[in-house]
Design a binder for this molecule. Structure first.
Ligand SMILES: [Zn+2]
Length: 82
């Protein structure tokens, strides 16, 4: 079963949630363990990139809120340096 990371929209606490596959998989009952807020947003913590690079550089993802209710993610992919 996949484990996703969710960030609390209230206090920003990040916790891992085990998402069960099956009925109503889209509706997962979650609650922030820190503040009890029920508004959690998905965090894309692991990006499945295969850059074929041997320099050890990896893309970084920074999530931020664009507007109320929406979230955006900016992916910074390191280019070849040299
Ligand atoms: Zn919280």
């Amino acid at each position: 079963m996949p484990i996703y990371e969710f960030k609390c929209a209230d206090c920003g606490n990040i916790q891992e949630v085990l998402v069960r596959s099956g009925n109503d998989s889209d509706k997962v009952e979650m609650r922030c363990k820190a503040c009890g807020c029920e508004v959690l947003e998905r965090v894309l913590s692991r990006v499945g990139y295969s850059m074929g690079s041997d320099k050890g550089a990896s893309p970084s993802v920074s999530a931020h809120n664009c507007s109320s209710g929406n979230s955006c993610a900016t992916i910074d992919i390191p280019g070849p340096s040299g």
